[in-house]
Design a protein around this ligand. Structure first.
Ligand code: ADP
Ligand code: MG
Length: 306
């Protein structure tokens, strides 16, 4: 408790301190510390299998770290709750519900207990007012993601990009304080993907929603966030010791960004720098110091304990 009081800071929405995740004796995440401020747009990039989804699950609360602290607003994260919304690469939507029902599903789930769900089917009249309110709310969010005219359609009638926009509306209707996105654009074709990158940036600009955006695509990660974190397997004494945050940097361009910046020299220099220092195993073998430039970055909680 002493430690908690000392390190937990009101300025931050999410805090990880010295977290490890181990599965069957294998270390996946090795001493991850991270603090996220309200309104930040944090992109996390790393190779497939390095533990990005594992890290997100700790933030979501669907699993707890084997060691260390994962906290939101000064409290340990123990289970998922509505303060953290999530969008996955796919499977966020129910195929048997239309778009509007998918978006309002979270509100209904929260509002009605099991008996009420049942009673609502038999006596829809009594619940009409409430359901009408949910519908209006859903339509508000569908309008935000530009899909109001598709409200009555079913997910299979939409394109991949549209489905992901429904998934975003579905998460945002719960008014989460942080939106977690796990490779949300990973299943989309290149053109749609780029359009969605811009769309998410615009949404962030309008809502000031705190976002934690995960991708394995370096170009996408640099393009999207105001801050970029590189998670990479860290090799020491010849073995894979699990992943660490090896880079934590500010991304200089204001949002939303034109896609043309992807072709500038500055963008390419950042990309090449990260490819070498953040992702190249031969470099990570004998790394002395991580590239942790961000003011909110933490190399080790030892600084706090001192
Ligand atoms: N519940 C689990 N039990 C055992 N191993 C797991 C579990 N979840 C993930 N892993 C392993 O942890 C590693 C990281 O997985 P993951 O977080 O999904 O990586 P990423 O999202 O970066 O691709 C992988 O090697 C994966 O096989
Ligand atoms: Mg993953």
């Amino acid at each position: 408790m002493y430690l908690m009081e000392k390190i937990i800071d009101r300025k931050y929405v999410i805090e990880l301190f010295n977290t490890y995740q181990e599965y069957g004796g294998r270390t996946i995440l090795n001493d991850i510390s991270l603090r996220i401020r309200k309104g930040e747009f944090v992109a996390i990039v790393g190779p497939t299998g390095c533990g990005k989804s594992t890290m997100l699950r700790m933030v979501l609360g669907s699993e707890m770290p084997s060691r260390g602290i994962a906290a939101m607003e000064e409290n340990l994260i123990k289970r998922p709750d509505r303060r953290r919304g999530i969008v996955f690469q796919k499977y966020s939507l129910f195929d048997f519900m239309n778009v509007r029902d998918n978006v309002m599903f979270g509100l209904e789930l929260e509002q009605f207990n099991l008996a009420e769900h049942f009673l609502r089917k038999i006596f829809p009249f009594f619940y009409r007012k409430k359901v009408k309110k949910f519908r209006e709310e859903a339509d508000l969010f569908l309008e935000k993601v530009g899909l109001l005219e598709h409200a009555e359609k079913y997910p299979h009638q939409l394109s991949g990009g549209q489905r992901q926009r429904v998934a975003i509306a579905q998460a945002m209707i719960m008014k989460p304080q942080i939106l977690l996105m796990d490779e949300p654009l990973g299943a989309l074709d290149v053109g749609t993907r780029e359009a969605m990158q811009i769309f998410i940036q615009e949404l962030w600009g309008q809502t000031a929603q705190t976002i934690l955006f995960i991708t394995h695509d370096l170009e996408e990660a640099i393009f999207m966030g105001t801050r970029l974190i590189v998670l990479s397997q860290y090799y020491k004494d010849g073995g894979n010791n699990g992943s660490k945050i090896v880079q934590d940097i500010k991304i200089p361009w204001p949002q939303p960004r034109p896609t043309t910046i992807k072709h500038t020299k500055q963008f390419n220099d950042i990309m090449e720098g990260i490819r070498h220092a953040g992702l190249d195993p031969s470099h990570l073998h004998d790394i002395k110091e991580f590239n942790i430039q961000h003011e909110d970055a933490l190399c080790s909680v030892r600084k706090f304990g001192e």
